[in-house]
Ligand binder design. Structure first.
Ligand code: GDP
Ligand code: CA
Length: 339
């Protein structure tokens, strides 16, 4: 085992990768910055990105960077530890921006530096690499694309100044409305002209294992897979593709992923999401799918559908629990021996 590639959203993806790095450091110890001889590449969803107050904000990349770099507000799951909100309050006093989307003072520095680099002509990949020199996340962090691809939600009902049928930015639906306004669907604005960022397709094709962590299947993993070339690479790679269920006992563990699944007609169950990704040997993506022990009933159905499955505890309550989950994911479908 030399290379592992993970397709990640924000909080669920970041916590899983932290456990994965801890597992690899224990199983494949080496004198490298990550503590392991296995290189991890994280392909991050950038569908939640936006320009806000003149700054490029990349919520999932930053959650990954802060979580893996030791700067995350742990309980909250996103944003910086020890954060304050003085600048946001000042911006709100001017009546600018989104008063329901707070940018913390420390976090703003990241957005300012990123925006400066982008304005100087850097790509998002280059800006991300630059920011990671400070945070040293222990994994290579790649945006899914260097072109802007922004998820918008088609509202199925009116809300405030929006009529039914309007498209709003994903963050407005998610943060302002807490996904409480029914969604008729999701549109990735910019997808048609987007390409996978440099290194992404190679990282998937050359991996010894590809992992789909317990990230939102629709607006995190689904968006990554929709980028031209990425879904195709996941289907084509010789590496086993193993996923971890973000749904336990019929509910999203945190957040409102069930509202996203409802919008695309996928049952919010561990098996439902596994079938949504589908079995690789039947045109889908997955060789293996881990479900929680509460969903052990789904294992025989998944296996019958051609997906190797196992039930293990999937609550990422702390790093040791998440390390054990990562170990189970790596063991579910072992990588083929090198030829
Ligand atoms: P986001 O971009 O911050 O929303 O994060 P992700 O897309 O990476 O992951 C969000 C999903 O992670 C949520 O919808 C949950 O279903 C899932 N999740 C969060 N915590 C846990 C956990 O402890 N265990 C499992 N299995 N899933 C989790
Ligand atoms: Ca996200």
């Amino acid at each position: 085992m030399k290379n592992i590639t993970v397709l990640a959203g924000g909080v669920g993806g970041a916590r899983f990768v932290r456990g994965l790095l801890s597992r690899l450091a224990a199983a494949y110890p080496a004198d490298t910055p990550s503590g392991s001889s296995v290189a991890v590449t994280v392909v991050a969803n950038t569908g939640d990105d936006m320009w806000l107050n003149g700054l490029r904000v990349c919520p999932d990349l930053d959650t990954l960077m802060y979580t893996l770099g030791g700067g995350i507000a742990e309980e909250q799951g996103w944003g910086r530890a020890g954060e304050s909100r003085r600048t946001s309050a000042e911006i709100a006093a001017y009546g600018r921006g989104w008063d329901w989307f707070t940018l913390g003072d420390l976090d703003l520095a990241t957005h300012i530096v990123r925006s400066e680099l982008l304005r100087e002509g850097a790509t998002l990949s280059q800006a991300t690499e630059f920011l990671c020199r400070r945070w040293r996340p222990g994994a290579r962090l790649l945006p899914m694309s260097d072109q802007p691809v922004e998820t918008h939600v088609k509202l199925a009902a009116a809300a405030d100044e929006h009529a039914a049928g309007d498209l709003v930015h994903f963050e407005e639906w998610w943060v302002r409305y807490r996904a409480g306004v029914p969604a008729a669907g999701f549109v990735q604005v910019g997808l048609d002209s987007a390409t996978a960022a440099p290194g992404v397709v190679e990282a998937i094709l050359e991996a010894d294992a590809v992992i789909v962590p317990p990230s939102n299947p629709v607006v995190s993993v689904g968006t990554i897979l929709a980028v031209p070339g990425i879904g195709e690479a996941v289907r084509a790679t010789a590496a086993p593709v193993v996923g971890v269920s973000p749904i336990i006992g019929g509910a999203a563990v945190r957040g409102m992923a069930d509202a996203c699944l409802a919008a695309i007609g996928v049952p919010a169950t561990a098996a439902g999401v596994g079938f949504h990704y589908g079995a690789r040997n039947r045109g889908g993506l997955l060789d293996g799918w881990l479900v929680d022990t509460a969903d052990a009933d789904a294992v025989p159905q998944l296996e019958e559908a051609g997906i190797r499955a196992a039930a293990v505890p999937l609550w990422m309550t702390d790093v040791p629990a998440t390390t054990a989950m990562a170990a189970a994911a790596l063991e579910l479908v072992p990588a083929p021996a090198p030829s």
